[in-house]
Design a protein around this ligand. Structure first.
Ligand code: CUA
Length: 158
């Protein structure tokens, strides 16, 4: 069987590129342990009300001894709880979210804040607000009939 020289060359280049990709994946993901930033922490979504961290009286804003702030919120059809929060500007804020039912998402328009909230896991984002004002918190994962009404509000004060 005759294979044209040009075809052979291109087949070689394609295989070379495929090989390069496999080498990059193996080299970065497996040998150097590089992967997308994520906080793999599991939690029983059916027992949040009994958990040490996400029981109703533990939700909201907590000031840490070093001046930073931790915010604990529960997402559930159809709202983020607590509904209203006040946070300081120019302060390190650690958001910790859990879902009590299905997959939800958090999006704050005009910021780069966005994460999924997958039931069974704690979603954590560390950030800071540089400008005072009202920041809506919207759900950006379709979660049911009330999805469009799933929102909350964060007031940032300087
Ligand atoms: Cu929650 Cu959409």
């Amino acid at each position: 069987m005759h294979i044209d020289k040009l075809e052979k060359n291109w087949a070689g280049i394609s295989l070379g590129i495929a090989g390069l990709f496999v080498t990059v994946i193996l080299g970065s993901a497996f040998f150097h342990g590089i992967h997308a930033p994520s906080n793999v922490e599991t939690i029983d979504s059916a027992k949040l009300h009994l958990s040490a961290e996400f029981a109703e009286d533990k939700l909201g804003v907590e000031r840490n001894p070093n001046g930073s702030v931790t915010v604990r919120m529960v997402a559930g059809r159809y709202g983020f709880y607590p509904k209203e929060l006040t946070l300081p500007a120019e302060t390190e804020i650690t958001f910790r979210w859990v879902s009590l039912d299905v997959i939800h998402g958090v999006h704050m328009p005009m910021t780069n804040m966005s994460t999924m909230i997958v039931p069974g896991y704690v979603a954590q984002v560390i950030t800071a607000f540089h400008h005072a004002g009202d920041y809506p918190v919207l759900c950006n994962e379709y979660c049911g009939m009330g999805h469009a009404h799933m929102w909350s509000n964060i007031k940032v004060v300087s």
